[in-house]
Design a protein around this ligand. Sequence first.
Ligand code: GLA
Length: 386
Amino acid sequence: MSLTVAELNQLFSAHFKATADYHFRAPGRVNLIGEHTDYNDGFVLPCAIDFDTHVLARKNGLNVIRVIAADYNNQLDEISLETGIEHHADYQWANYVRGVVLSLQRQNIALVGCDLAISGNVPQGAGLSSSAALEVSLGLTLTTLAEQPMSLAQIALTGQQAENHFVGCNSGIMDQLISAQGQQGNAVLIDCRSLECKAFAMPQELAVVIINSNVKRGLVGSEYNTRRKQCEAGAEHYGVKALRDLDIDAIGNIFAELDDVTARRVRHVVTENARTLAAAEALANDDITTLSQLMAESHASMRDDFEITVPPIDYLVSLVHSIIGNRGGVRMTGGGFGGCVVALVPHDMVAEVKAQIAANYPEQTGLVADVFVCQPSAGAEIVAQS
Ligand code: GLA
């Protein structure tokens, strides 16, 4: 349960016996298309969403960072800036904080002691990047307080390093980069090799609907890292730096050259990169029919070639598709093995989509889905400073 900003301010004052001088925020994200392409140096097309992590802060004049986590029963952490940083034995949230601190120190950023109160409303464990929102908001907080400003891309890379080297998930750059660089009302095409971002206005006639399947994502870490290794093996076979460097013509004989599983993994990434670029063009042309087709093909490729969907997710996608047809698009979003479906739904069909999910999903799966209508939002920012 997250707090309002006023409640978080009260908590800060009550706990640290002083008022906060700064307020920072960073959002979660939903990816419209381009899945498992980021760590292949490819393209993704996410938008930041209006669910975010908030950090209130003040310098404390000490050599320690003190943190209170409002969403975790006010659990506390203290990180000394004078000694080495170890993993927290009990609190996973604290490891994101510690990971960001360590990653900044490794870049020779001289941090200052500060007090932080954190709360957010990005659904956790749903594949909407609550961890990236935390990492990016902390990166912005700590570099601002230290008066060592960093580019948003560098803050995103710092968050990714915390995730890869401290938390232990070998994820790509998409989640942190869109949390840092989101643009209100826009999806952002990211070239994950150059980190170049290009905004594409979201169609006015479509609502961004996120459906949380509430499937528990058990295998996600190990399966994610396995997929990544399979992609790297594919790139090695073709003698390229990353699968981004292959196009559809280069993989004509793929099933003769590679084992069946690796071939399908490579085919997903190569075709998904092409679909992502085509989807950005479809957005630019307000071509919803093409966007719908590309999202459907992306889902089929994740299901059949990359094998990261699960039956309740496939069910939700086909149910929503049966309602909206080519007037909108629907596919699984995020790392896979549960998590969320993203649907671009004409405004006048949102109520019907919600009703059909409520009427059919529990009976089919024994689960209840959460449905959110989101606004494409701005990336990380300093909200207030006194
Ligand atoms: C997770 C990772 C991202 C990306 C997606 C799949 O969200 O954190 O880097 O690889 O999965 O597209």
